[in-house]
Write a protein that binds this ligand. Structure first.
Ligand code: AGP
Length: 609
């Protein structure tokens, strides 16, 4: 999720570019760059690191050009570096482009371009777009851009600048946000409203497939077929802070709602076109490698640990290999039994959690094969592990992890499927069936997000209880742990998750009249047992809110309230049942007036012991 800005008008472009990028730094910040059209040449400066590094490089050498584009990067393809920072150009510097999103077919396109003599200097997917433009350009800038867009696949917001056309900036939007700010004698471009709100509140919000032709005195919008669009002006009424959150009240709610796209992005490029296999280019594991592994550890902290518990189910079910999941802070001091036949998988959104990083280093010292699953390209764990696979959730700002968790689940599922493919532990038909269900998950998460009213009601009704219990069996228990953590860490309610079969071994003593119990009951394999546990707590007059698979009307009879999630394979249902639990925690925290995005005593990345 990168930040993009553009300016065309009568003032010095770089002033708006740097100001706009500063306001977009929350969208990604591992490198940044700007370009300004200075007549004879296009001035470009880029820098790895935060925006301040770029500003340092530009000190006393700000370009005078009045047309320019800029970018702050959240790396997906190509590690953070000066060369990988945007903007990117073609071989001769005639075309300059910045990009947010993923060009899914960039590798074959890049290979063809190299074969035709193009020289690439970065590892990014974006650079392909500049060279394609060079290939097809014959004088018509708009026509050439439209031709390039027909060649690329994936999600993108792109802004193009050309030495031959200094009076225009071209924008293209597909699945990633892009807005044009309408000024007087000047116009602004940005991936997000916060960058332009200080200059104008009148905007064109681009839709998928649209191209904007932005000059200093005019803006034209074309549709996918090249026809003119009669665009309505969207007047922004948000204040600057609300704009950063995309109009949501908190980053956490924004990130909960970003999960369909985050999951879709994390899946993109990793499912074969025929839907028959998983592609993990980051790994080159074969059957011999998997046969050489006799033990798998998954090691993590907090929410990532809860994702690891689900990952255990996936690998043991699909690959039939023993998996042990451990808290990093315990594992690293337990003198773990690890050797060169052990695969250690660490999971971490930040890639910087000290306990998990230390566990990774200890595992390497003991000779283990290591794999990091992380959301941050270039993070310590991404660099330390032998192999790394990235979730593509985009920056997660709220302390409470939500979209990172669901993208970790989807990646663990794809990893288990990939391993099952290699080890041939499940049939090709079963792989196809599971992949077809996997592809429906983003839409099903959207469906689950579409009806929050009942959850808001529960949060208001029960948000002042001091004790809440979450119960479930099998994968429902794993999700119950995550739901309890969410509630604890942002609403400060004492929430406990219990394997519902364990209740009778002690905790049932705490279940008294009026205690809210969130009961997850989606796992068909243990459904009857879960139902009897629900009856146990109902018999003690608890208030039971059930999370169930759609149309489970049998269960509804025993519950005070029920939240249904769409039906899918029981292995995949955790991706859906966690969503109402995230929302329940969020609205309970609101009810209690807590600081949702920055809860007391907590940090987003725990880089201390
Ligand atoms: C999750 O909501 C918490 N903020 C916390 O448990 C977090 O998951 C944990 O600190 C691990 O962080 P990581 O994924 O960046 O390693």
């Amino acid at each position: 999720m990168c930040g993009i800005v553009g300016y065309i008008g009568g003032k010095r472009a770089v002033d708006f570019l740097l100001d706009g990028l500063t306001k977009l730094e929350y969208r990604g910040y591992d490198s940044a760059g700007i370009a300004a059209n200075c007549g004879e040449n296009i001035f470009i400066e880029k820098s790895v690191g935060r925006l301040d590094s770029l500003k340092e490089k530009l000190k006393n050498r700000l370009p005078a050009g009045t047309v320019g584009i800029g970018h702050t990067r959240w790396a997906t393809h190509g590690r953070p570096s000066d060369l990988n920072a945007h903007p990117h150009t073609d071989c001769h510097g005639n075309f300059v482009v910045v990009h947010n999103g993923i060009i899914e077919n960039y590798m074959p396109l890049k290979e063809e371009l190299i074969a035709r003599g193009h020289k690439f200097i970065s590892e990014t997917d974006t650079e392909v777009v500049a060279h394609l433009l060079e290939e097809v350009y014959t004088g018509d800038f708009v026509g050439a851009v439209r031709e390039v867009l027909n060649k690329i696949e994936g999600s993108y917001s792109l802004v193009f600048m050309s030495k031959m056309h200094p009076d225009v900036l071209l924008c293209a939007k597909q699945e990633n946000p892009l807005v044009v700010g309408l000024g007087k004698g000047e116009n602004f471009i940005a991936s997000d409203i916060p960058a332009i709100i200080a200059h104008t509140r009148d905007t064109f919000i681009l839709n998928d497939g649209e191209i904007a032709i932005v000059k200093k005195d005019s803006v034209q919008i074309l549709n996918r077929q090249g026809g003119l669009v009669d665009k309505k002006i969207f007047h922004v009424s948000w204040n600057a802070e609300a704009a950063e959150k995309g109009g949501y009240e908190h980053f956490m709610l924004k990130e909960i709602n970003e999960q369909p796209k985050a999951v879709r992005d994390t899946m993109s490029k990793r499912i074969a076109k025929d839907g028959a296999s998983i592609i993990l280019d980051e790994l080159n594991w074969d059957k011999n490698f998997l046969n050489s592994i006799n033990k798998i550890y998954i090691v993590a902290c907090g929410t990532a640990y809860h994702a690891g518990l689900v990952g255990k189910f996936y690998i043991e079910k699909l690959v039939r290999k023993l998996v042990e999941v451990d808290l990093a802070s315990e594992y690293r001091y337990r003198d773990p039994i690890v050797d060169d036949k052990t695969l250690v998988i660490v999971i971490s959104q930040s890639g910087e959690t000290l306990d998990t990083l230390a566990a990774l280093k200890e595992s390497k010292r003991l000779g283990a094969k290591t794999l990091a699953i992380t959301n941050v390209v270039g993070s310590s764990m991404a660099r330390e592990a032998e192999n790394v696979i990235h979730t593509w959730a985009g920056p997660e700002i709220a302390v409470a992890s939500t979209k990172a968790y669901t993208t970790q689940l989807i990646l663990m599922f794809m990893l288990a499927l990939y391993m099952a493919q290699v080890a041939e532990t499940i049939s090709g038909d079963e792989i196809k069936r599971l992949i077809s269900l996997l592809k429906k998950i983003p839409a099903q998460i959207s469906e689950t997000l579409s009806d929050v009213e009942p959850i808001k009601t529960f949060a208001r009704q029960y948000g002042f209880n001091e004790d809440v219990f979450y119960i479930g069996r099998s994968l429902d228990y794993c999700v119950a742990l995550e739901g309890a953590l969410k509630l604890k860490e942002i609403s400060y309610i004492h929430a406990e998750a219990y394997a519902s079969g364990e209740l009778k071994h002690g905790t049932l003593a705490l279940i008294v009249e009026g205690v809210p119990v969130i009961a997850l009951a989606t796992q068909k394999s243990v459904y009857d047992k879960t139902l009897s546990n629900i009856k146990e707590v109902k018999a003690r007059d608890a208030i039971v809110i059930g999370i169930a698979a759609a149309n489970d009307i049998e269960l509804e009879k025993y519950l005070d309230h029920v939240i249904f999630v769409p039906e899918t394979d029981e292995l995949l249902i955790p991706l859906l049942t966690v969503v109402p639990l995230q929302l329940l925690a969020y609205y309970a925290a609101i009810t209690r007036g807590c600081d949702v995005d920055k809860p007391r005593n907590l940090a987003k990345s725990v880089t201390v012991e």
